[in-house]
Design a protein around this ligand. Structure first.
Ligand code: MN
Length: 672
């Protein structure tokens, strides 16, 4: 919308702030002057940053953050989450930098606001599969890193959905669809039932406006007829409970939300809303779990329960932790329609509406903590969480985020599919997950559009594309950094196959087992030890020169770039110039160094076999090999001199260590 022609509206900021402070005071008994002034500071800061910006509705932009915060307050969040919500769009939509934000409000607020900015980039494309939607739900949590970021983002999205009619029509459907497939299930999995209901209803309204309006009209007509009945039923039940001597904390009417009614009618093929027996019902809140079952006993004595309608979600909670007893009674207050009744404790009721937030410490005392029982029931949360952790919000939220993700990271394929890997995984792990052929022939990776080395550590949300080259084979050095067992076993299998197809090294004779060996010359000595060879795209004899911008050396991670001339230019993998270059023209490259070794051992049968096995198991090839005997105090000593090509000193150190463990070996030396 053109900001000059838009009809601007007034917004009462003073009233908004007052309302926020008032709501916090209601649930936060220790809300002190310091915290209050912090909220005020964040409010004024946010207002100042968004000054001169407008929503498509014509309201000042900051009104959106205020309204989102009001929505967020219904789940009774902590002070940091509230501040993050007030400032959630500052980084994305104003010139304020993360550093400035940290200077004003500290590193925690910066972290939360950056989290909101990051997850705002997680989107769902049209017509996605359910499986992918589920992965994205997890990706959402992964990118957020802290569950509180998700709380803020949900509140933000609810307000955006509430004002969606001001957004261009083509965008509207995409936002609603995405909210339905990502935001509503995330809210559900976190047990934020109230948020889930609001999101589902708003999406229903935008995606099927006619069905929504028709249903709403029909239900409000019915509601008028039902009000009298529900009030009579309520009184009858109270009377029965009084007679039996059981205290009711609260009893009231409830209405099923529109999206659920609509989905149920579609699922069960109902033609009339009257078929939805639980459209209206009553909810009874009692003190204890035992009281829930006693209540059920009373109801089933006074009224006839409908067969097969009883559900015990107390002993078998729903996956999101929801607990309640549900039963459907016939003939309540003379009604010919069945009446659905939910029975639960106060705690269960809070859980159902606010999820983990309902368990937060500040509501009780300084020493209270999350209800472990609740966490155990909710399968997105840790199976067991220690008292210590549950007492500090930072650790708690970190812990639950990590447990939801269970040490996995989520990355995208170029097509937008989500793949999941162990943390610290690399493009090689990714390549093997696509296909073993892709893994075996991979030479490089483009991550978020830029070339990264094959040992780059994948981050949540990365878009990963693998570059392959026909004829390329796995590099033994990959075994040093791959994380998935899938990739590891494929690399090993390939290397073993290659090994058995080659003649094994025999002693006493000079033998080359790597006939392709050819060192690139002229090559000044790049490494003090041994001759160095450059491998580009798996080949040895490719002309190249070293880039002058980053002067790469042996042992460093490098990439090859096909320059305009006849040769490749070798850059360090982290060279800043790389981002300016055409990503299509990169090839994987690495230095290999020929190193010479000497092993001394008291001779015994099987010694040669033992040590060549160790070398082969590391995926290394023996180049030259000579051996001779020496005698010491009448004992025969065998001395081997051999050369090997390796990628890193790390690899060599590992090998030397292994060789030293062979029985009778008393010296292993690296000569060059
Ligand atoms: Mn926003």
């Amino acid at each position: 919308m053109n900001p000059w022609t838009m009809k601007k509206k007034e917004y009462d900021f003073a009233e908004g702030l007052k309302e926020i402070l008032h709501k916090i005071e209601e649930y936060y008994p220790t809300f002190g002057a310091g915290q209050k002034s912090l909220i005020k500071k964040a409010f004024e800061y946010g207002k100042m940053c968004h000054e001169g910006q407008w929503r498509e509705s014509g309201e000042p932009y900051f009104s959106h953050a205020v309204e989102a915060t009001k929505i967020l307050l219904s789940i009774q969040p902590d002070i940091e989450t509230i501040i993050a919500c007030l400032l959630h769009d500052v980084l994305e939509d104003t010139p304020v930098t993360a550093g400035e934000l940290e200077g004003q409000f500290g590193s925690k607020i910066r972290f939360l606001c950056e989290g909101v900015e990051k997850i705002s980039k997680v989107h769902l494309k049209k017509n996605e599969s359910t499986a992918r939607a589920e992965s994205i739900q997890k990706l959402f949590i992964a990118v957020a890193q802290d569950i509180r970021v998700v709380f803020v983002k949900l509140a933000d999205r609810i307000h955006n959905l509430e004002t969606l009619e001001f957004v261009a029509e083509n965008k509207r459907e995409r936002i609603a669809q995405e909210s339905l497939q990502i935001y509503a299930p995330v809210a559900d999995k976190l047990g934020l039932f109230e948020f889930k209901t609001r999101i589902s209803d708003l999406c229903f309204k935008h995606l099927s406006p006619k069905a929504y309006n028709d249903l709403e009209k029909e239900i409000s007509k019915l509601r008028k007829q039902k009000i009298g009945f529900l009030e009579r039923a309520r009184k009858e039940i109270i009377k029965a409970f009084q007679k039996e001597g059981l205290d009711i904390v609260e009893i009231g009417g409830r209405q099923k939300n529109l999206a659920s009614v609509y989905n149920k009618m579609k699922r069960k093929n109902y033609s009339s809303v009257l078929d939805v027996y639980d459209l209206f019902g009553l909810r009874i809140i009692v003190k204890t779990k035992e009281d829930c079952y006693r209540s059920l006993g009373i109801l089933h004595t006074y009224w006839k329960p409908m067969p097969n309608r009883f559900k015990d979600y107390i002993s078998v909670p729903k996956p999101n932790g929801y607990q309640s007893l549900h039963t459907t009674l016939l003939g309540v207050s003379g009604s010919k329609f069945p009446t659905e009744i939910q029975i639960r404790t106060q705690q269960m009721n809070q859980d159902a509406e606010f999820g983990p937030a309902a368990h937060w410490a500040y509501k009780k005392t300084r020493h209270s903590h999350f209800d472990e029982d609740y966490l155990r029931r909710t399968n997105w949360f840790p199976q067991s969480i220690s008292q210590e952790i549950s007492q500090t919000p930072d650790k708690f939220f970190e812990e639950i985020s990590q447990t939801i993700l269970a040490d996995r990271i989520y990355v995208f394929t170029p097509k937008g599919d989500v793949e999941t890997f162990p943390v610290h995984s690399t493009p090689v792990d990714f390549a093997y997950s696509v296909h073993s052929d892709i893994g075996n022939t991979c030479v490089g990776a483009r991550v978020n559009g830029t070339i990264k080395p094959l040992d780059y550590e994948l981050q949540n949300g990365d878009i990963v594309e693998i570059l392959t080259r026909e004829g390329r084979t796995p590099n033994p050095a990959w075994l040093e950094f791959v994380k998935s067992s899938h990739a590891r076993s494929h690399i090993r299998a390939f290397l073993n196959k290659e090994k058995t197809e080659k003649p094994s090294p025999s002693e006493t004779k000079v033998k080359k087992t790597t006939p392709r060996t050819r060192s690139v010359s002229p090559l000044q000595s790049l490494n003090k030890t041994g001759r160095t060879t450059m491998i580009i795209g798996g080949e040895r004899d490719i002309p190249y020169k070293l880039a002058s911008c980053c002067t790469p050396r042996a042992g460093q991670n490098v990439v090859a770039y096909k320059s305009r001339g006849p040769h490749f230019t070798i850059h360090k993998a982290d060279c800043k110039q790389l981002n300016r270059l055409d990503p299509e023209r990169f090839l994987e490259a690495y230095f290999i160094t020929e190193n010479k070794f000497e092993i001394r051992a008291f001779d015994r049968i099987g010694l040669t076999r033992d040590f060549s096995t160790i070398i082969a198991d590391q995926g290394l090839n023996i180049g030259e090999l000579n051996s001779h005997y020496e005698y010491k105090e009448e004992k025969r000593i065998i001395v081997w001199n051999f050369s090997l090509e390796s990628v890193s000193q790390n690899e060599i150190d590992k090998l030397v260590k292994e060789l030293k463990t062979v029985r009778n070996v008393f010296s292993v030396k690296q000569l060059t």
